[in-house]
Design a protein. Structure first.
Length: 221
């Protein structure tokens, strides 16, 4: 089972928030909600998300200001601005602020879902922050931010192994395949078992699943 994409919804309309939360949760997203820009900024800076849905007319911090601050702090989760300000100049302003997509209110539910799926597909091809069981793996910093809040640093080989598994979460890799892609100079396939043990010890046992007789894949819990 694939990990649920983490989605941050920043919206101050309670009725719309409830509707979107129910819709997106039913579509398999792990949704967190912020009702104002200050809370949205806090969550966006302290947690990792696969995609953000962002209103413009927010209390505390306006939506595009929030987005600009996230981008300035190195937070690059693909963002869809969902706003009643939907004329062409508003859309240009949103895209220039760093949004990947812009959808005016009122909106068609199926179009919203399709746009989110497209954002996730494009992002997956070059993502540097990837979901793993219990947290988020940052390939740039070679670290895992656990859901509990702790950050765990990885060695270069540990990070390379986790990166291969996290980018192909449903695929089972044989030890020989992992030796070829991660441990090019290794002569003994047992090196794979050693580094799987290291990752489980640093993170938790469920981060990598053993598929008996076949090899390893990313865990599902």
């Amino acid at each position: 089972m694939a990990l649920a994409p983490k989605l941050l919804l920043v919206e101050d309309d309670p009725q719309l928030t409830r509707m979107l939360h129910e819709l997106l949760t039913s579509e398999g997203y792990d949704v967190q909600v912020a009702a104002d820009g200050q809370r949205g900024l806090h969550l966006g800076l302290t947690r990792s998300y696969d995609v953000i849905v962002l209103d413009r007319g927010l209390p505390a911090i306006e939506g595009l200001d929030l987005l600009t601050r996230l981008r300035a702090n190195g937070r690059h989760a693909p963002t869809l601005v969902l706003s009643a300000q939907g004329n062409p100049s508003d859309r240009v302003e949103g895209l220039d602020a760093g949004a990947e997509d812009y959808l005016g209110k009122p909106f068609d539910v199926e179009e919203l879902l399709a746009r989110l799926r497209a954002l996730l597909r494009r992002h997956d091809d070059h993502a540097t922050v990837l979901p793993v069981p219990g947290g988020r793996f940052d390939a740039d910093t070679r670290s895992v931010l656990l859901d509990a809040g702790d950050e765990v640093g990885l060695s270069e080989r540990e990070a390379m192994l986790l990166d291969v598994l996290a980018r192909n979460p449903r695929r089972v890799f044989s030890r020989a395949e992992l030796v070829d892609t991660v441990f090019e100079s290794a002569e003994d396939e047992g090196v794979v078992d050693t580094y799987v043990h290291y990752l489980r010890r640093k993170l938790h046992k469920g981060v990598i699943e053993t598929v008996r007789g076949l090899g390893y894949r990313l865990g599902t819990r």
